[in-house]
Design a protein around this ligand. Structure first.
Ligand code: E4P
Length: 221
């Protein structure tokens, strides 16, 4: 499973890129607004930090402007994935950009039917928002299971399932068990993945027992 980081916070991206665990970055207009940064300069910087796909979302909702924005964003760096909404105009733009060799992330997916359309439009990634589905009393992970099952029926579909709106480690683990290709994680969730109380307890014991040996591994001359 690939891990993208779902943030527009450059210091978080820099820090987490150093873990060697990041395969890409996703941003959205809300995250950009929160960063307070100029969008284009921000995206260029992120693309230099992380070599994998960096999702940059169009702002327009009409076809002509969306296509123009998509082409502009695609020109910013080789690792840009243009993010378009799952609308008729967005999927038309998706088809054109992907045919021209641009990576496209189709966002705001909330149903398996929408995911089928995105695959047919040549999306590189489909982003089902599972946390937002959970929020309205629908099982977000069931949507991932459905999309993975459907895509697996059709070897011609090359679209990767990018689990979005992830809220906790269980989302990540369950989506991985289903075979989802990518999860985009808020920084806090990525950090939570490391945690287990028995790891902390076991390490404290090893450190204490090692001190009793009076030995050191380094500096032996
Ligand atoms: C995905 O690309 C989106 O940026 C993101 O996962 C949305 O998550 P949210 O529901 O926590 O805003």
């Amino acid at each position: 499973m690939k891990f993208f980081i779902d943030t527009a916070d450059l210091s978080e991206i820099r820090e987490l890129a150093e873990t060697g665990l990041l395969d890409g970055v996703t941003t959205n207009p809300s995250l950009v607004a929160k960063s307070g940064r100029d969008f284009i300069a921000l995206v260029k910087e992120i693309c230099e930090i992380v070599p994998g796909p960096v999702s940059a979302e169009v702002a327009a909702t009409d076809f002509d402007t969306m296509l123009e924005e998509g082409k502009f964003l695609a020109g910013l760096a080789q690792n840009i994935a243009v993010k378009v909404p799952l609308t008729p105009a967005g999927l038309k733009v998706c088809r054109i950009l992907s045919t021209n060799g641009t990576m496209v992330n189709v966002t705001l997916c909330f149903s398996a039917a929408q995911a089928i359309l995105a695959a047919k439009a040549g999306a590189t990634f489909i982003s089902p928002f599972i946390g937002r589905l959970d929020d309205v009393g629908t099982d977000g992970l069931q949507l991932i299971a459905d999309i993975v099952q459907i895509y697996n029926q059709y070897p011609g579909f090359s679209t990767e399932v990018l689990v979005a709106s992830v809220r906790n480690p269980t989302h990540v683990v369950e989506a991985a068990k289903m075979g989802a290709h990518v999860a985009t994680l808020p920084p806090a969730v990525l950090r939570q993945l490391y945690n287990h109380p028995l790891t902390d307890k076991g390490l404290a014991q090893f450190v204490a027992d090692w001190q009793k040996t009076g030995q050191s591994i380094l500096g032996r001359g």
